[in-house]
Every structure is written in C-alpha cells, then in structure tokens.
Design a binder for this molecule. Structure first.
Ligand code: SAH
Length: 248
C-alpha cells in the first residue's frame, strides 16, 4: 500500500461548503490528524483512526502525519477554512524541509477550502471586491511591532483588511491596540464587519463605523473585515450590503 498525505480545508463550518475533493480524500483516509475541534467535525467510521491534538503543537502534528504517510498510511491533516491560510500546510512544509530525506519523495497534496474571510465577505456583500490584505493578529508567532507596522502600511496603502485571530483570552489587549491605531490612522467612519461563526448555527454579523468599533465585539471565532476608504453600506432586502467598488 502506498501512503499519501493530504492537507485539507474543511471550510468555515457548514457541510455543504466542504469541497467534493476534500470529502473524497476523507473517504479514502486511514488517519485524520488535526486540532481537536476540527477532528471533531469528521464522522467516525470503521478503519478510520482519529488523532486529535492541542492547538500549540503544529510541528509535532505535522511530523506525526508525515511519519504515518511514510509508513504507507493515507493521512488527512484537517484545518478549518483553507489549509494554506494561517493553518497547517505551512507547518507540514516546514517539517518536510527539516525532516528526513525520504519525506521529500512523499505524495503530498494540498486541498483548498473556503477561508473565513471569503465566507464572511460573501455573507455581507463584497467588501473584498478591490485590493485587500489578510493579517493574523495573533502575536504567538511574530512580534507585536511587526503587526503594527503591517497595519500602518496597509492603512496607508488604503487596502481593505481581513483580520484573523483578532482576540483571545490569552491576548486580550492586542485587538484593542490595533483598533486604536486604525482609528487614528484612518480617521474616518469607514465600515468594519464583525463576522462570527460564519455558516454555523451561531453565526452573527455586525457592521459598525470604525470609530464605534470596540474590542469586545470580536473573539476567536470572529473574522473582522475593515473596509478601504471607498467601502460603503447600502440598503438591501432584509440586510444591509457592504461592498467595495471595483474602481479605486
Ligand atoms: N485556516 C483558517 C484560519 C485559521 S486561523 C481559514 O482559512 O479560515 C483561525 C481564525 O479564523 C479565527 O480566529 C477566526 O478569525 C477565523 N475563522 C475561522 N472560521 C471562522 C468562521 N466560521 N467564522 C468567522 N471566523 C472564522
């Protein structure tokens, strides 16, 4: 039996947002590896081994998955959203680069998924319809000074911005600092979207002008989208639409 490793995105939550390609890989798999809540989304079946692990052990998890694939198992590493966006695909390549030579010969595939910012943008309208960037606000893996620099330069360049990992219990201050900085630099009332648990039963969407945005509006299940200076809100049937025009 020849093993393989797929690093798959499960999308933002709803089952019908998982791609057929990912569903097929899960059906073929012998082993599922990933952060506990993501592995919990996989239906158990005979012959399938589940290997849930804690969030802070990405490289160990990647090495474990690569080792099993090298032994001939069919392994799927699961991430939420897309596996290449602040998720496991990079950790796997980091482990491959530093690992034994035979890992370079493994059959490795990255199976894309719908990332949180795109699911949130689609629910709210089209806030990312012009140039935008995505910034991870967690300073677990990079210094806070670098986050501030990127926020400043992105605001100066008038990008719309999507913020992942905005606020956690272990980092309560960072998002408040980011908001203060953005309110100072942008100095206008452009809209900010707080999209929580998109495509799940707990979904909530809230749009506020930037000066009224407060850190408590976000948690770790929220992706935040700040418009560019051109982003606007218009009335729609049952909900407002948030969109950024395609011309600068
Ligand atoms: N690989 C994932 C991102 C992992 S980082 C992706 O592509 O979506 C985890 C962050 O993603 C969370 O803190 C939150 O900011 C965002 N996120 C993930 N799923 C979400 C959802 N259903 N609704 C809103 N934000 C979500």
């Amino acid at each position: 039996m020849s093993g393989w490793l797929a690093i798959a995105g499960l999308g933002p939550g709803r089952t019908d947002l998982v791609t057929p390609e990912v569903t097929h890989a899960l059906e073929q798999a012998t082993d599922i590896v990933g952060y506990i809540p993501y592995v919990a989304r996989i239906a158990p079946r005979d012959g399938l081994r589940l290997h849930p692990s804690d969030n802070r052990v990405e490289l160990d998890r990647a090495r474990h998955a690569l080792g099993m694939a090298a032994e001939g198992r069919r392994v799927v590493v699961v991430s939420s959203g897309d596996p290449g966006v602040f998720a496991m695909a990079s950790a796997v390549f980091e482990a491959v680069e530093a690992g034994p030579a035979d890992w370079r010969g493994l059959d490795i595939r990255i199976l894309p998924g719908i990332t949180a910012m795109l699911a949130a943008a689609a629910r709210a309208g089209a806030p990312l319809g012009h140039d935008f960037c995505a910034i991870n606000l967690s300073d677990n893996l990079k210094p806070w000074a670098l986050i501030e620099k990127r926020l400043r330069l992105a605001a100066e360049a008038d990008f719309a911005m999507a913020f992942y990992n905005p606020r956690s219990a272990s980092r309560p201050e960072g998002f408040a600092r980011a908001l203060t900085l953005l309110q100072e630099i942008c100095a206008d009332a452009r809209p900010m979207l707080f999209a929580r648990a998109v495509s799940t039963p707990e979904e909530s969407l809230r749009i506020v002008p930037l000066p009224e945005a407060r850190a408590e509006m976000a948690d770790m299940r929220t992706v935040v989208i700040l418009g560019s200076s051109r982003t606007r809100v218009i009335e729609g049937a049952g909900q407002p639409w948030l969109y950024t025009p395609r011309s600068a």
